[in-house]
Design a protein around this ligand. Structure first.
Ligand SMILES: CC(C)(COP(=O)(O)OP(=O)(O)OC[C@H]1O[C@@H](n2cnc3c(N)ncnc32)[C@H](O)[C@@H]1OP(=O)(O)O)[C@@H](O)C(=O)NCCC(=O)NCCS
Length: 435
């Protein structure tokens, strides 16, 4: 990990920006003033509140495990505040039946005064070269706008739903769970959460590990005192007393009519089906609540099948969440298992050259692959633009859908269906946090 975050700024991008009078450099995680100036630029880029002493102190430890870059313009009145930011760190991401080390990129901003001059492009392409040369087969990010990252070879790999549930009319039909639900304090919740999250993450395609203190913030941070004091933590323990699930929620008042208040599920992670049922049952039967809202939920939640009236679970938003970019195609194809034995060839087209080429996957009876760099005439074959390669590898979209959309080409009718038998994930991929 230390080696990864000490990687230097990409030489090509540094030179390209230097030719425009800008200095691209890594931020020394031990230099308090430099980190503070960088955080100021980052929050400014997203129109967020400027950091206070307290919120900065909470963010500060993140920098020890991130490789952070600023772009500086020496001609400005405040030259120490970067005009562009990006940070990244290594994180495992779960694939069907496996996982892959990814370069997680975040906090991409360019000051409004310097926008549309190719600074983001220089930083992004620099991050891709850095990640590829350090051996990361995949780069990942979450996005503010879905229009930005396709041009760099990223495509959506998980989709998330936002629910609004009329809890009074939903009704419950799920079987009871044998364990126990209990409310716990924040410290107890946080002490349990990491183990539950890590186990749930490893079996959830599309979920990303090692989110550091971003994860802790799900539990509210002391600098957000009001919100923190509203958060409640509910845990499910199995019959042997082992924690198997955790939900974080808060309730917002609704004028004088307490009975119509809205409960927000901030986070819910489970490692067993019993825990899933018990925690949703608890949330759906809260008194003084008329509506339950939850975001970052899967597109295929079992919850719909746990209520009498599934129409009362309205999906108010369905959007892509995790985006991924393949940097080493063979490594990513080898890192997962496949749903059926067989052969499949992918011809990948990557204008930036990282993932380009022809690859044949041969999956054995257990779904374990051997990947070779060739293609043969008798193998089902898809022509795939690089931005859709990760979408297919995570298994959340059908190859047939992409062929129907004209974004992927099959060599022979039936090739996309053959591909789907091998590639489709058993459950819809989902990312349960932001980073
Ligand atoms: C998004 C942002 C980083 C772009 O920075 P920038 O330096 O202006 O981008 P560039 O000049 O390098 O543009 C690169 C390409 O992206 C396109 N682009 C840039 N911003 C875009 C946006 N918001 N939507 C769609 N396309 C965008 C440019 O048109 C350009 O396209 P091209 O190279 O194919 O011609 C900047 O506008 C910003 O800081 N926005 C606010 C914070 C944010 O949303 N960050 C993204 C976090 S996920």
């Amino acid at each position: 990990m230390a080696a990864d975050i000490s990687l230097p700024a990409d030489a090509t991008s540094t030179a390209a920006l230097a030719a425009r009078g800008l200095r691209m450099a890594t931020v020394d995680a031990n230099d308090d003033a430099a980190v503070r100036a960088w955080v100021e630029a980052d929050t400014r880029g997203f129109h967020d509140s400027a950091p206070t002493e307290e919120s900065f102190a909470e963010l500060r430890p993140d920098f020890a495990s991130q490789r952070t870059i600023g772009v500086y313009d020496a001609s400005l009145a405040d030259p120490e505040v970067p005009i562009a930011t990006v940070t990244a760190w290594p994180a495992p991401v779960t694939l069907p039946g496996g996982e892959v080390p990814a370069w997680a990129i975040s906090a991409v901003t360019v000051a409004p005064t310097h926008r549309r001059r190719g600074i983001a492009r220089a930083m992004l392409e620099g991050e891709l070269r850095t990640a590829a040369s350090a051996g990361f087969p995949l780069a990942i990010l979450t996005v503010s706008e879905a229009t930005i990252y396709g041009r760099y070879g990223f495509g959506p790999v998980t989709w998330s739903s936002r629910f609004e549930i009329d809890v009074r009319r939903a009704g419950w039909v799920g079987a009871p769970s044998p364990g126990r639900v209990q409310l716990v304090g924040r410290d107890t919740a946080m002490a349990t959460a990491r183990a539950v999250f890590d186990e749930a993450r490893r079996s959830t395609t599309g979920d990303v590990g090692a989110v550091g203190r971003r994860f802790d913030r799900l539990f509210g941070m002391p600098s957000e005192t009001t919100e923190l004091r509203k958060k409640r933590f509910v845990r499910y323990d199995d019959e042997s007393g082992t924690p198997r699930g955790l939900a974080v929620y808060h309730v917002l008042e609704d004028g004088d009519d307490w009975s119509t208040q809205v409960a927000h599920v901030d986070y819910l992670a489970v490692t067993t089906d019993d825990a899933y049922r018990a925690l949703w049952h608890y949330l759906l039967e809260l008194d003084l609540v008329g509506t339950l809202k939850a975001s970052l939920r899967s597109t295929d939640e079992p919850l719909r099948w746990l209520v009498k009236n599934p129409r009362m679970i309205r999906t108010t938003e369905l959007r892509e969440h995790l985006w991924a970019r393949v940097l080493d195609t063979a490594a990513v194809l080898e890192a997962r298992t496949y749903g059926a034995p067989g052969r499949l060839a992918l011809r990948v087209h990557d204008p930036l050259g990282f993932a380009d080429g022809s690859f044949t996957i041969e999956a054995d009876a257990a779904g374990h692959p051997t990947v070779t760099l060739d293609e043969t005439d008798d193998t089902p074959l898809l022509d795939v633009p690089v931005d859709l390669l990760a979408s297919l590898v995570f298994g959340g979209v059908s190859a047939l859908t992409l062929v129907d959309a004209g974004r992927v080409q099959e060599r022979t009718p039936g090739d996309a269906s053959a591909a789907d038998r091998m590639l489709r994930a058993e459950r819809a991929p989902v990312l349960t946090t932001w980073f």
